[in-house]
Design a protein around this ligand. Structure first.
Ligand SMILES: NC(=O)c1ccc[n+]([C@@H]2O[C@H](COP(=O)([O-])OP(=O)(O)OC[C@H]3O[C@@H](n4cnc5c(N)ncnc54)[C@H](OP(=O)(O)O)[C@@H]3O)[C@@H](O)[C@H]2O)c1
Length: 293
């Protein structure tokens, strides 16, 4: 029985990245669909759930992706609403790599230490990766400030995350270098999740911060989102903090993405979103350290 992964993308052109990782994660065949919306997904779900018998259903799985996390989350919900009884297949949400990227980053930051009680600033956290990183940090007991250039958009994003994940987030408008410097001044953790190639924080603004312990920059397209971070950094000591660059934690992101796809084919009722993917990331970090947390 072949492992079939239906890749349902909310963008018109389905992500090539997600297709490649799906094959590397254990799919025998990846079937990408673009422009999938909640109102058009019904017949697609029926095709996935009605075609294989109970013991073979696990060989069919669904991956929801695309660049828009809100659209992906709505599609993810619509797919689940079509499942009933044993008529379901495993399902994963990772729009723009949001869950796997954020989970890899936060799992490495929390490796070997408790983050509870710390303060974090997620710079440009209104995008898919920042939103999920903020939620994962908050769930670890961190007081999280999420910044964006406009207050209204940033507050709207935080409100939606608070409702969906039962967390508390502080929204701060930080449209320029000075306001972003102010937003990180008392942070123990800084994560930068801005658009590719955009510098958000100058090195002089974080190099002397007395409370800073952990820094991560998700941007893999030069120049770095946080000046002074090397994209290969993986727990590198810089200015008294442990620093992770985009490739430094991107290796775990890729391994995690593949592992999640592999898990989809082990059962027919797995649902992988932020909580589950973060738990898998933490487990992988522990395993990579010989089982010691
Ligand atoms: N390392 C990895 O494995 C990995 C994997 C996936 C993605 N990534 C990277 O992770 C980062 C975040 O991804 P994403 O999809 O969440 O990003 P995104 O949606 O493209 O951008 C995130 C936020 O950046 C802000 N922004 C956009 N242009 C800006 C500008 N000129 N100046 C200041 N802020 C600006 C926007 O916030 P406001 O409009 O609210 O200001 C936006 O919501 C990207 O750099 C992406 O390439 C890394």
């Amino acid at each position: 029985m072949k492992n079939l992964l239906y890749q349902w993308d909310t963008d018109a052109l389905p992500s090539v990245f997600d297709s490649v990782v799906a094959y590397d994660g254990g799919a025998d065949h990846v079937i990408p669909y673009g422009g999938v919306t909640p109102d058009r997904v019904g017949p697609l779900v029926e095709g996935a759930i009605f075609t294989r018998g109970p013991k073979d259903k696990r060989h069919t799985a669904i991956f929801v992706g695309g660049s828009d996390l809100s659209a992906g989350a709505a599609l993810f919900k619509a797919v689940q609403e079509r499942f009933f009884g044993k008529f379901r297949v495993s399902l994963m949400l990772d729009s723009n790599g949001a869950n796997t990227t954020a989970a890899a980053c936060v799992a490495l930051l929390s490796s070997g230490r408790s983050l509870a009680g710390m303060t974090a600033t997620v710079l440009a956290g209104t995008g898919p990766v920042g939103q999920r990183a903020a939620v994962m940090l908050a769930r670890e007991g961190v007081s999280v400030t999420l910044t964006g250039r406009q207050m209204e958009k940033t507050r709207t994003v935080c409100d939606a995350l608070e409702r969906q994940f039962d967390v508390r987030l502080d929204a701060v408008a930080a449209p320029d270098s000075d306001s972003r410097a102010k937003a990180v001044v008392s942070a123990n953790i800084i994560i930068s999740t801005g658009a590719a190639g955009v510098v958000l924080l100058e090195e002089r603004h974080w190099s002397g911060l007395p409370k800073l312990q952990l820094v991560a920059d998700a941007n893999a397209t030069p120049p770095a989102g946080i000046e002074g971070v090397d994209m290969m950094d993986r727990g590198t000591q810089r200015h008294g903090a442990l620093v992770f660059g985009a490739i430094g934690f991107g290796t775990l992101k890729l391994a995690l993405h593949r592992a999640c796809v592999g898990k989809l084919f082990q059962q027919n009722d797995l649902v992988l979103d932020a909580t589950e993917i973060y738990a898998i990331a933490k487990e992988m970090v522990v395993q990579s350290q010989g089982g010691k947390s």
